[in-house]
Design a protein around this ligand. Structure first.
Ligand SMILES: [Zn+2]
Length: 113
């Protein structure tokens, strides 16, 4: 499952932060999820508990934010909002749009102790 490997990455990042910044527990995590990333929030919530079990983030509360999808049209070169991966340009209707943001998932906020 896609979500499991994403969360394993999150756990690794948290462990590295903990080492560098000297904290022991993560109380809250905010994950920003790209609107075009195909990540299922419900699946993430479900997998979070099992992936974080016996780690510093066990029992951490999970929050979500959305990173809006945005692309640049290859034809008119304007920025365009994207709700789906293969959306056409909102300005000229061209179908070749390079995704600039919205595919990524990242940790935006941490509450630690
Ligand atoms: Zn365009």
């Amino acid at each position: 499952m896609h979500e499991l490997s994403l969360l394993e990455n999150v756990r690794t990042i948290l462990e590295e932060h903990a080492k560098n910044q000297n904290f022991e527990r993560v109380e809250e995590v905010t994950l920003a999820i790209g609107a075009l990333s195909c990540v299922e929030v419900e699946a993430l919530k479900f997998a979070f508990q099992s992936v974080m079990k016996n780690s510093l983030a066990e029992n951490a509360t999970l929050h979500f934010k959305t990173i809006e999808g945005q692309g640049r049209c290859q034809h008119c070169e304007k920025l365009t909002r994207m709700e789906m991966l293969y959306d056409v340009c909102q300005h000229c209707g061209h179908s070749r749009v390079d995704v600039i943001s919205g595919l990524e998932m990242k940790i935006t906020e941490l509450k630690v102790s």
